[in-house]
Each structure stands twice: as structure tokens, then as C-alpha cells.
Design a protein around this ligand. Sequence first.
Ligand SMILES: Nc1ncnc2c1ncn2[C@@H]1O[C@H](COP(=O)(O)OP(=O)(O)OP(=O)(O)O)[C@@H](O)[C@H]1O
Ligand SMILES: [Mg+2]
Length: 256
Amino acid sequence: MADPRPHGSTAVTAAGGTATAPALLEVEDLTSSYGPVRALDGVTLSARAGRITAVLGANGAGKTTLLRTISGLVRSSSGRVLLGGEDITAAPVEAMVGKGMAHVPEGRGVIAELTVDENLRVGALFRGKVGRDEFDRIYDLFPRIAERRDQPAHVLSGGERQMLVIGRALLAKPRILLLDEPSLGLAPRIVAQIFGLLRQLVDTEGLSVLLVEQNARSALSVADVGVVLNLGRVVVTDSARTLMDDEDLRHAYLGF
Ligand SMILES: Nc1ncnc2c1ncn2[C@@H]1O[C@H](COP(=O)(O)OP(=O)(O)OP(=O)(O)O)[C@@H](O)[C@H]1O
Ligand SMILES: [Mg+2]
């Protein structure tokens, strides 16, 4: 193991308890390249069940590549990805939802011509019959989306789009949600609202989240554990609180 620290073993949860939850997602010594560019260089980390694990780092650190490799969109050249102990390194991307992983990529892709409700239904397509109550639950979580359910998705604001894509991913009933820069370009108030909701889902429903963010301050304020990436390598893994309190680390890698 490249990282000497047992991930999260000393972590303190936002609720104040110790993080003894089992690892749900394990990434072992993962390396991914785009031609000659090595974007991930032996990354080892884990995301615990019922926790928010934040992956932080500057532009080009490899955050998006990490999520794309975990979800099978990019093939690693070495290393392994395990979900609930099952090796999913070579699993096809379309199998990931069935295994309990939902990936919300950068850029909040919605189908602009479809209504909000139709966009939400896309998230349930591969699950067979999805009850009306499950849609209602998403609308309860995101009242702003509910108000716009019959409007085309292109009318949504950035924050509403982010809520829609998260809602769509939740309809797949994931065990773990991978989120790529959900805060990008959003007002702090909306970011706080979205992150608060994620915290609520984690605390009340046992959802697990791997949250990729350049906005380290906001991410650490909601996360249990933080992993700092730099140039495709893990620099440090520790409890969110410890990272938040480490001024040198913040200045060197986190930009605040
Ligand atoms: N499709 C691609 N082809 C070639 N190189 C790529 C590709 N995607 C990413 N890279 C390179 O891989 C490295 C990691 O990029 P990645 O997008 O994973 O970083 P990131 O941490 O998500 O950055 P950002 O904060 O800007 O989103 C960078 O050097 C980038 O230029
Ligand atoms: Mg990125």
C-alpha cells in the first residue's frame, strides 16, 4: 500500500463519532493514462459506508479521471477498484448502476429538450418499474425541481440542474454516489443547500458519497474524510477536520 495511513481509521465524522464504518469502495494503486499523460499515478483510497469522502485538488490533479476510472469510463493501466469487496475494475460502465454505483459527471448533463420529469425518468430506466413514491421522494428532496417538473430542462438554473442530476442519480438507488464538482459555478447559498442535503441523505439513509471538489473549504465542511490529490498522486488522507485545521496543507494544495 502506497499510503501508510489506514484510511479514515482516525477520522472523526461530522456528527462527532469515530469512523469505523467498513470500506465500501476501495481503490488500490490505480494508474490511468491518456496516451503519454499519466493522470493517475498509483492512487489508493477508500470510501466508507455511510460517509462522505471528499477528493480535493487543483485543476489537473486527476479528480475527474479518478471518478471516470472508478466508473469504467476510463480503463486503468494497473490497480484495482473494489465495491463491497467485489473487484469491478474491468466491469463495463453500463454494469455499474446495477452494482450500486451512480456517477454524476462534471457539467450537469441534462437532456435540454426533455422536461424535468422526463429527465428524472431517465435515471430510473434501467431499474424496471419505479414507483410514483420514489419520484415523489426526489421531488420532496428538491422542491425547486418539483415546481418545474413539466418545464423543459433548458430553463433550469445551474443550481436546479445540479439538483436534477443528483435526483436522477438517486433514483438509481445507489449505495455510493460519485459526484464531480457539484459546486462549480454555483452561489455559496445553493452549494450549502446541496451539500446539506447530501449530509442528510448520508446520515439518515446510509448513502455513501465520494465527492470530488476543487472547492475544498465547502467540501471539507460537509465531508467526514478528505483525500488530497496532486498531479495524480495522493498527498494526504485524513479526517476532514484535521485537513481543515492544517494551514500549511490548505495553503499548499487547497487554495484557502
Ligand atoms: N481526455 C483527455 N485526454 C488527454 N488528457 C487528459 C484528458 N482528460 C484529462 N487529461 C489530463 O489528465 C490530467 C488530469 O485531468 P483531470 O481532468 O482528471 O483533472 P481534474 O483534477 O478533474 O481537473 P479539474 O479541476 O480542472 O476538473 C490533466 O493533466 C489533464 O490535462
Ligand atoms: Mg475535473
